[in-house]
Ligand binder design. Structure first.
Ligand SMILES: O=P(O)(O)O[C@H]1O[C@H](CO)[C@@H](O)[C@H]1O
Length: 291
């Protein structure tokens, strides 16, 4: 089959799904961070689209990001999974980084579950901990790298959105409850995620500054997607897997690298998968109860 007809077929299939979504059949979007693409594995009736076959969609350029959009169901909940998301350091604009979130909104998605890998700043955190994101610090935003800069598209949201409750309190509580039901309380934390642009990992002086600023973990993603999701009225839950401890001490010999990040993500993906799967079905029940 020629590439052109393959793209044509994929595109029409994609629009077929979009139609279903518009009619209210899809409700949860899961954005999978580094090495966490297998969160989609438990979904049934899967249909997968490669980003490269979706017109105008960015493509993933980082190891551990498969670059596929997967539609499926978990119990009775319809879901769309992004196996891989986009980063400033890949050279994408924040408009491109957050494009999928606005597509989800147009599809009728109500809740977004964002996952990522991050470095632990809080001295109490251990590698393998799962941090429920309570709040974030948008460090690139302070320097004008913000996804909502530019003319405001009123169809999505207001010019000056409030971010004091970007992460749904109900979903955070639900995540802690589900974590405890699954016997994960020992390694489920809550904390503040800080976004840096990357692609380098932090210097020790930068890490110390982040600790003083009140950051519990640091990564190079998530904040733009969450900001745009909140702007357009989506409910957000963020789960950050602590894949390494950030060096705060000049005498520490260990050096972080992306391979180690992916290795820890792979090791913990099964636990996260259980958590996410249970959360999705409970999240749907919650949404039914509140409507
Ligand atoms: O935030 P995600 O994409 O999960 O991954 C984190 O891990 C990568 C660095 O190892 C960076 O992309 C950082 O942001």
């Amino acid at each position: 089959m020629s590439r052109r007809s393959l793209i044509g077929q994929t595109t029409s299939l994609f629009f077929h799904w979009l139609e279903r979504c518009r009619s209210g059949l899809w409700s949860v979007a899961v954005i999978c961070g580094s090495g966490l693409g297998l969160l989609a594995d438990r979904a049934a009736n899967k249909q997968t689209f490669r980003y490269q076959d979706i017109p105008n969609f960015p493509v993933s350029t980082v190891a551990g990001h498969e670059g596929c959009l997967v539609f499926g169901t978990i119990e009775d909940t319809s879901c769309v999974f992004m196996q891989g998301h986009f980063h400033l350091y890949e050279g994408y604009s924040l408009c491109q980084v957050t494009l999928p979130v606005r597509i989800f909104k147009l599809m009728g998605v109500e809740s977004v579950l964002v996952t990522n890998a991050s470095g632990g700043i809080c001295p109490d955190f251990k590698v393998g901990d799962i941090m429920v994101i309570k709040d974030h610090i948008n460090l690139p935003g302070f320097a004008g790298q913000h996804p909502l800069c530019g003319p405001n598209d009123e169809r999505f949201g207001i010019r000056f959105p409030c971010m004091s409750d970007a992460y749904s309190k109900d979903l955070r509580r639900l995540a802690l409850d589900v974590g405890s039901e699954l016997g994960c309380s020992d390694f489920i934390r809550e904390g503040v995620y800080c976004m840096v642009s990357g692609p380098n990992f932090e210097t020790i002086a930068e890490a110390r500054m982040l600790l003083i600023l009140g950051c519990d973990s640091v990564g190079m993603s998530t904040v733009p997607e969450v900001t745009v999701a909140k702007h357009c009225g989506l409910r957000v839950l963020g789960l950050s897997l602590i894949t390494n401890k950030v060096s705060l001490d000049y005498s520490r010999e260990e050096k972080v690298n992306h391979e180690e990040v992916l290795q820890i993500s792979k090791m913990r993906a099964e636990v996260l998968q259980k958590l996410v799967t249970k959360l999705i079905s409970r999240c749907q029940q919650q949404s039914i109860n509140t409507h």
